[in-house]
Design a protein around this ligand. Structure first.
Ligand code: CU
Length: 141
């Protein structure tokens, strides 16, 4: 009994001491091509927190865009509206999806959009997470 407890404590302290390198991973990052004449678009991705503490996304930025906001989509009496999110929590062990009809990145002030767009996802604590968003056709999800 005591040994089991001791082992558990040792394991817990090992986990706590482990470097937090690979705790956040982003997959399926994509940005929608610009409509003719438009300078804003949306970005989607999945973020997985394999660490042991929650992380909090508080924004995003890109050298190729004037501003990027975290948005969500809400249904107000059948009208879909976008609302800005100040932050989005990703609990330990969880995956949060930014996807069509839900959360998304709102990307403003793009001059040209190439094959991909490099975006840094900003966390409340910790280094920015640098992600390559691949351009997808206007009608794609
Ligand atoms: Cu939006």
């Amino acid at each position: 009994m005591f040994l089991m407890l001791l082992r558990r404590i040792l394991l817990a302290s090992l986990l706590a001491a482990a470097p937090a390198l690979a705790e956040v991973s982003v997959t399926d990052a994509r940005v929608r091509a610009l409509l003719p004449g438009a300078d804003k678009t949306v970005g989607y991705f999945e973020i997985t927190n394999s660490g042991t503490t929650a992380i909090s996304l508080v924004g995003a930025r890109s050298a190729a865009a004037r501003a990027i906001e975290l948005h969500t989509t809400i249904d107000e009496n059948g009208m879909l509206r976008m609302r800005r999110l100040e932050r989005e929590a990703v609990p330990a062990g969880a995956t949060v999806r930014f996807e069509p009809g839900g959360r998304h990145l709102m990307i403003f002030g793009i001059e040209t959009l190439g094959e991909d767009l490099e975006i840094e996802l900003l966390r409340a604590t910790g280094a920015p997470v640098r992600v390559h968003f691949a351009r997808i056709p206007i009608g794609a999800r």
